[in-house]
Design a protein around this ligand. Sequence first.
Ligand code: F6R
Ligand code: MG
Ligand code: MG
Length: 362
Amino acid sequence: MITISLIKADIGSFPGHTRAPQKLIDKCKEYLEEVKGQLIVDYYVTRCGDDIQLLMTHTKGVDNEEIHALAWSVFERAANIAIEDKLYGAGQDLLADAFSGNIRGLGPGCAEMEFEEREAESIIAFMCDKTDPAAFNLPLFKIFADPFNTPGLVIDKKLTQGFVFEVHDLMAGKKISLKTPEEMYELLALIGNRDRYAIKRIYRKDGLLAAVVSTEKLSLIAGEYVGKDDPVALVRCQGGLPAVGEVLEPFAFPQLVAGWMRGSHWGPLMPVSEKDANPSRFDGPPRVIALGFQLRHGKLLGPVDMFADVAFDRARALANEIADYIRMHGPFQPHRLSEEQMEYTTLPHVLEKLSSRFAPIE
Ligand code: F6R
Ligand code: MG
Ligand code: MG
């Protein structure tokens, strides 16, 4: 069995919340190189905006204390450099003072899957900046449940059995599993509400794990606004699962996602290459990158930068147009998030001082 762990954190960037510097990425590589061939089989380090991404393969299983401690110490050591260099938000996502058992709940986001490596194992790692975990609800639904996106659901016998979606209620801390196609409407009733529900895992009905998303909510962990969650996802492809092209297809639609400036605005999710994952305009627009890998006994062949392709130019152009349009709303909804979502931003501190001035309407 092989485990693939994608653990990410914002430990400092510049200028502002835009870009994690190459120096920090190089440091993380250096630290992982020390344990390559021992604790881990292989690794790849990159960034999406201000978030550093540690993709690691190993044989220890998910939620493994040694692997999580490794990720924590890599981030901690790199964060110390970020602090020395006076980077912006240095150490931002390391919410706990010290590591304790499992990195989930301490600030970093985490998507992991353990499986028997198939004869040929193709994986896409998605990484976002300036948005939250529910940003994956729409694309994952399309990939695994919408035949208009994934013809394999209709014409590939291994896919026609359908999938099971594990959905998390992030507010209540509860989960539910729903089957498609038979419970598709109930599934949509939940995941269409992106204030609350996020897809965590997807299994093929025969039990094969197909996708996993990091669903950690920073604001719920910290109890206050400390930046957006900037989620990641791992999706296995091909050979009885959606093809690489079916997995990428939903991202040709730059859906509106929550996040962007101050984690408080709806904005288009723009698919970009690794080198273009640099939020700028209005601290965005929110970005997503897609890196393709092939596994060979846990070794990572790749990545192929999947959105570094002219086929996604129009999605980017449309995202820019949507950005122009929605920005014109300024501080008004629906550009600004709903009142419920704004509770998890810095707005309540501002409204507090008005509370005593409210008088009954005669
Ligand atoms: C959004 C984000 C940024 C910051 C904004 C203000 O996820 O990280 O948009 O919210 O730049 O940052 P501070 O409060 O650190 O000045
Ligand atoms: Mg930041
Ligand atoms: Mg970020």
